[in-house]
Design a protein around this ligand. Structure first.
Ligand code: NAP
Length: 301
């Protein structure tokens, strides 16, 4: 597939691409201004020559139900859902895919032929994509027990990895994980060192290490120290769901120690590719265009 313009041109819908028959895709969240998704999706749609436009919609929690009904009323062809609506949207949908229900979160919504909205979770697909081809039965340790951890657990179990262990610092989310997936082992954060030497895949789902605009004090942090990373099984895979900065301190240290780093940017790109393909009736989408658009947008941060 050849690009029909520069990345700058492809990332932003321009007047010439909007016509009377342009269809809408979008993103709801609060906030949405920082999102890389509009750049990724509009670049892919332009490269495919599809007459769609992907628009970010800031939606406050108190307006969620009205927004979901309104998006149906104006014939939106599908939308992504981000923080803080990924859980709250479930009761507003007419159908929820079983794996999204297990995770307890929806990030992609599409219209049902008979009317109404269906929800799925392409974060699971995005998470899994860089791990496809791994042998089964790889001991895995997931750091954190929030929403992203739940998508990662579902993905690891679908890949046949295991044992899957989750280290968290709060007992209630760990208990909830065991109720959904009894085969998952939960580990108190203070005791995670005991499991590092057995771990061949480490996944960070905590926000520790993420760049926060206006909060330079948080930069340079890592959920595990260099010494802890040194305890991992030699040649382990270290997958950080954070993608700002890229690489994160965790991934930089992991690479220096000879482990294999995977950036959360790949999960972001792949979840977007899966969603776009779903909205376009299963068409293959230009993943490389999406990756380049996301990287280009990230370089502006
Ligand atoms: P969340 O629901 O708030 O969960 C965050 C988890 O991290 C909680 O279990 C929390 O523990 C734990 N945590 C926070 N600070 C910690 C610390 N200092 N030490 C140990 N644990 C700590 O957030 P989320 O939605 O899962 O998102 C988590 C991260 O994943 C974010 O950085 C997000 O950007 C990233 N993410 C990336 C993608 C992607 O496509 N790459 C997709 C989704 C999410 P407590 O419960 O004890 O507070």
């Amino acid at each position: 597939m050849t690009l029909k313009g520069s990345l700058e041109e492809l990332a932003e819908p321009v007047d010439g691409r909007i016509s009377g028959s342009t269809q809408l895709l979008g993103l709801i969240g609060d906030p949405v201004a920082h999102s890389l998704s509009p750049a990724m999706h509009n670049a892919a749609l332009a490269a495919m020559g599809e007459n769609y436009c992907y628009v970010p919609f800031p939606v406050a929690p108190k307006h969620l139900a009205a927004a979901v009904a309104g998006l149906a009323a104006i014939g939106v062809r599908g939308f992504n859902v981000t923080i803080p609506h990924k859980q709250a949207i479930l009761p507003l949908l007419d159908q929820i895919e079983s794996r999204a229900a297990a995770v307890g979160a929806v990030n992609t919504v599409y219209p049902l032929p008979e009317g109404g909205w269906a929800g799925t979770n392409t974060d699971i697909d995005g998470f899994v994509q860089p791990l496809l081809g791994l042998e089964k039965g790889i001991p895995t340790l997931i750091l954190g027990s929030g929403g992203a951890a739940r998508a990662a657990i579902q993905g690891c179990l679908e890949l046949g990895l295991g044992p899957v262990r989750v280290a968290g610092r709060s007992p209630n989310p760990l208990l909830a994980l065991r109720q959904t997936w009894p085969q998952v082992e939960t580990v108190n954060w203070a005791e995670l060192n005991c499991y590092l030497s057995q771990t061949r895949l480490l996944v960070n789902t905590t926000p520790v290490g993420m760049h926060k605009p206006g909060s330079p004090g948080g930069q340079g942090l890592s959920p595990l120290s260099r010494e802890q990373l040194g305890l991992l099984s030699p040649g382990a895979i270290v997958y950080d769901l954070i993608y700002v900065p890229d690489p994160t301190p965790l991934l930089r240290m992991a690479a220096e120690l000879g482990h294999t780093p995977i950036s959360g940017l790949e999960m972001l790109v792949q979840q977007g590719a899966k969603a776009l393909s779903l909205w376009l009736g299963g068409k293959p989408v230009p993943v490389e265009v999406m990756r380049q658009a996301a990287q280009h947008q990230l370089a502006q941060v």
